[in-house]
Design a protein around this ligand. Structure first.
Ligand SMILES: CC(C)(O)CC(=O)SCCNC(=O)CCNC(=O)[C@H](O)C(C)(C)COP(=O)(O)OP(=O)(O)OC[C@H]1O[C@@H](n2cnc3c(N)ncnc32)[C@H](O)[C@@H]1OP(=O)(O)O
Length: 257
């Protein structure tokens, strides 16, 4: 399939999506959303793919939603099309997704990174929710997800002042899982994705579902949900294989069954 705004590749069991609107610093317009969804859905349907990496350029992961596309919208336009609700579909991708972030991840760019399962950042990464400087506020989940990642004080600071957070602060506050040298970013993200893709896909997908449930429910319900999923894993051939491989001191050969 031909995509207008992204480059799609496969690297041994990993699907790689590179945002590719360099002149607009990868600003996220409706075509980017359509391309991103189509590519991730294709990876979801591809039994050979076990994880997905989304990245941008060295200068910008994405500098936000496309301001030029949205600036002339009216309230009725925004309300009737339920503007930005399409991004919720991206969060329904069940295979794991790593955001490999270099440069600016601002507004919708920061929000897209937070919709991924975890973020690996390069040491030049800058995160921010600068919508307030445009006379608006986050609209793709920033006020909710950023608050869950970094807590109320930092989220308020970022949403109300529009200031950017550098990679070190993002790692300290839990927004990103690791920071690597800019030159190593893609290699590190692909390595992490390949590691995940080497495990049992149903086990990986259930682990993703369980961690995500922690954001949506009480501790007791979450613990029950985790236990039930864990019980169901004893129906997997991969559980038998994984545990046999451990006791036989050999590498497991998972079949995703
Ligand atoms: C989803 C919501 C609701 O939460 C909202 C949003 O995401 S709103 C958007 C939030 N993002 C921003 O406000 C960041 C806007 N961009 C910038 O502040 C700067 O571009 C920068 C600090 C990231 C980089 O500055 P600089 O290096 O000086 O590059 P520029 O010359 O400004 O940009 C190059 C080129 O890209 C275009 N651009 C940048 N960001 C966007 C954007 N978000 N939407 C559309 N276009 C964008 C910029 O206009 C330049 O293009 P030309 O005008 O020269 O054609």
């Amino acid at each position: 399939m031909a995509y207008e705004t992204i480059i799609v590749e496969t690297r041994s069991k990993v699907g790689l999506v590179t945002l590719n609107r360099p002149k607009a610093l990868n600003a996220l317009n409706s075509q980017v959303l359509a391309d991103l969804l189509a590519s991730c859905r294709a990876f979801e349907a591809d039994a050979d793919i076990g994880a997905i990496v989304i990245t941008g350029s060295e200068k910008a992961f994405a500098a936000g939603a496309d301001i030029k596309e949205m600036q002339s919208k009216s309230y009725v336009d925004a309300y009737m099309e339920d503007f930005f609700s399409g991004w919720e579909d991206f969060t329904r991708i069940r295979k794991p997704i790593i955001a490999a972030v270099s440069g600016y991840a601002l507004g919708g760019g920061c929000e897209l990174a937070m919709m991924c399962d975890f973020i690996i950042a390069s040491d030049n990464a800058k995160f921010g929710q600068p919508e307030i400087t445009l006379g608006v506020m986050p609209g793709m989940g920033g006020s909710q997800r950023l608050t869950r990642f970094v807590g109320k004080a930092k989220a308020m600071d970022m949403c109300l002042t529009g200031r950017m957070m550098d990679a070190a602060e993002a790692e300290r506050t839990g927004l990103v899982s690791r920071v690597v040298a800019t030159s190593d970013l893609l290699e590190e993200a692909l390595k992490a994705a390949a590691k995940i893709a080497g495990f049992s896909l149903p086990a990986v997908m259930m682990a993703k579902e369980a961690v995500n449930r922690a954001y949506e429910t009480t501790l007791s319900e979450g613990l029950r949900f985790e236990r039930r999923l864990f019980h169901s894993m004893f129906a997997l051939e991969d559980q038998k294989e994984g545990m046999a491989a451990f006791t036989e001191k050999r590498q497991a050969n998972f079949k995703n069954r």
